[in-house]
Design a protein around this ligand. Sequence first.
Ligand SMILES: *Cc1c(COP(=O)(O)O)cnc(C)c1O
Length: 441
Amino acid sequence: MTGQAEDGGLFLPAEIMNVKDQLATWQQLSYTDLAFTIMHLFIDDIPSGDLQHLIASSYSGFTHPEVAPTKAVGDLHILELFHGPTLAFKDYALQFLGNTFEYVLQQEESLNILVATSGDTGVAAIHGVLGRNGIKVFVMHPRNKIAHLQYMQMATVIDANIHNIAINGTFDDCQRLMKAVFADLQFKQTYNIGTMNSINWARILAQMVYYFYAYFRVIESSGKIGAPVIFSVPTGNFGNILSVYLAHLMGLPVAKLILATNDNDILTEFFNHGKYTRGTVHHTPAPAMDIQVASNFERYMYYFYKGDSQAVRQFYDKFDRSGCVQIDKHSSSPVDPLFVSHSINTEKIHSTIRSTWEKHGYLLDPHTAIGVEAAKNYIGNVPVICLSTAHPAKFPQVIDAAIGQDLARHPQLQALEQAKHKCTELPADIDAVMDFLRQHA
Ligand SMILES: *Cc1c(COP(=O)(O)O)cnc(C)c1O
């Protein structure tokens, strides 16, 4: 339930069990049975039957029978993670989180969830708590600064427990306001305010499932259990790729992780040169990855420093002070032999969307295109699985700019155009936000 530990650190499992011997049995499982089997290893305070039920109901609204299908596109395998209610991969974690919050609350009181968003997270959070008892959600977005479709996906949800707030400011203002609310411990406690942001451990856990699932589907056709695969992951806050990193620590056979970024290449610089330097945020056609400092990277650093918390603390102290850390390494050796990383610019995003459409008749969303382009150099004997993190119809302008045709459609999104919408406008002012919460929480 708690996003962050009281000392400001992030939670990790005390033990990471090795599951290599179980992979052959797991191969037979359906998505939800696999999800139960994996998540049960880390959850000991929800009875099995209840956990099974929570998982089943979390994925019952997904529109594909396999939940997370893998498709062959040219020499690559595309893991489609857009079959949930908001058409982006965040549904795989946030549907479960919304259900679990509701379940835990049955014994306790009500919860008010505060979210700052530049798009996808807010949409998925709203749909994660939709119709759940005892939970209200307050989503702040920068007014007129998010994609129109994402605004409509949020604001057309007019249920009484959903509050969309358009802040007259930037996304940074929204994050600053959220932090200010959380810093007021008295207020936070009085109104029982929680969050669903990407540092929540349950999100990382729920995301591990589709890596195992995709591994089994791809290996079924091309090899036998134990043979390695490569994953290419379009990365922003390092949440999705952290899930596969942990799956690998558990024994999932991974030969390489391709960390794909857009012009915001701070993580690419780290894995290629050992240099971690804060820059300014570049706006790209893949806005969910327009992030400089990835919040989940801290979790990876714990394993990078082999569990030495002191070293992690020093790394982050130095980064906070100077905005730049260079780690010690031999110039010829990689920072981490498991990772390779590539930064893909806007022109390449467009050309990859175009060429994939022309060659294979398959439409990529701009985030997915980044992972696909980064994966091109690794096609060979080891199967490459690219994560498709959103449906292309969420980004019609980008598809249009790339291909010159208005091809990206989804009936669910088209229906939104006519729907009623509701949103409250507030100044970028902490008193105004707190007043609103007092009135509605
Ligand atoms: C959130 C998001 C990402 C980035 O995922 P992280 O877990 O933050 O690295 C990539 N693509 C899409 C479409 C997203 O919504």
